[in-house]
Design a protein around this ligand. Sequence first.
Ligand code: SIN
Length: 492
Amino acid sequence: MTLSGVARVAFVGSRRIFASHLPSMQSYTPAFSRQVHNPATGEVIANVSCMGGKETKDAISSAFDAFNSWSKLTAAERSKGLRKWYDLLMAHKEELGQLITLEQGKPLKEAVGEVDYGAKFIEFYAEEAKRVYGEIIPATLPDRRLFVLKQPVGVAGAITPWNFPLAMITRKVGPALACGCTVVVKPSEFTPLTALAAAELALQAGIPPGVVNVVMGNAPDIGDALLTSPQVRKITFTGSTAVGKKLMAGAAGTVKKVSLELGGNAPCIVFDDADLNVAVNGALAAKFRNSGQTCVCANRVLVQEGIYEKFADAFSKAVKNLKVGDGFGEGVVQGPLINKAALEKVETFVEDAVSKGAKVLLGGRRHSLGMTFYEPTVLSNVKSEMLVSREEVFGPVAPLLCFKTEEEAIHMANDTNAGLAAYIFTNNLQRTWRVSEALEYGLVGVNEGLISTEVAPFGGVKQSGLGREGSKYGMDEFLEIKYVCLGDMNRK
Ligand code: SIN
């Protein structure tokens, strides 16, 4: 299938999804539509429906109805549907990658990599569907038997971000469907096309209409409808800490299960005893993935004084080689930022740092390509009180901070409300354990800058979130535990 084929699938997908969950609205024409832009060129690539509270309520009803039958299928039947969906995602890997580059901006190779990564969540949970085990508890009385059942929580509302238009959907929808839940997905308004294409492929895989629903458009109205509906029993969200807090408060009204994957402020600690090449390549990968627009991107590079100058020099040289451009361009590894607000935020953070004494080793300004391109940037002499150290920059800016001792590094690393990912570079085995245990983070990469995988638990501590995604632990977020006490066993 060509790119225009995928765009058509996305478009047809949107109509089929409406048709499947809005039976009374087969000829539904939305009152409003919303433009989707290519961030690299500013071109309008599609117009999608702008939905609100009414359509979200319809989607919730559709998911609620479908829950009855989907949750009653055998695990093997649900597993087959998921496996077929995985196969279709992989069969359309290139085209989905192109769609991601088109609406999100990341380089094509990275976008195709996201399809691989995203599809693997569906494959993994197709397998995990068959392993939702209950338990028998040794009884406290001879005539009793005590059981623990695990059952799907019900309809889940999944609110997903623009930085991974596919993978953040599959990481939520995969375990939800495996457990027997049905979902209403609200993708980012910046990247709805990948979500629509993925949902269309789910339908083609034989996952029944109503099991996966997509609503896009007016975020506050959609969010309110999901939060206030008693039929929605679970909210799963990836995005900013500020929005996560609002969702958590909103979910309290109907006491929903909530999992949140929120912002980070990842420290990347380079010790004197690190291998310089490993540290440079690892920090590069951790910082510049998706042009710095991931929650696990290194936000602060803490370098020990003995290796500081050597590291700063080698790292700046490596950053200088990063080719910036339209994600479809040959050899491009840094795309544009998602929008003007993101660009302005990066600018403000760099200006703040420079005004407080940071030194620009490389970059430090908008890229000559215009649009929302920003030069890959390295700042030295950065201090903990600067904005770049306190908050997530979410852009291609690497601030270097110097430290003297291991204790100081741990203190600096933990001195934040965030706690998602942290990275350390060292060749000392004892230090690896000591520091990994001392870091108040949900994920720690040791001598490695890219650590996300479908088989390991992903999630943060402190204000970086609640719950885990991926791995067997990701299933727990969509399950309720039911205790059953069987009495009077000895009755004849
Ligand atoms: C994110 O940025 O939220 C997700 C990053 C990842 O899955 O590695």
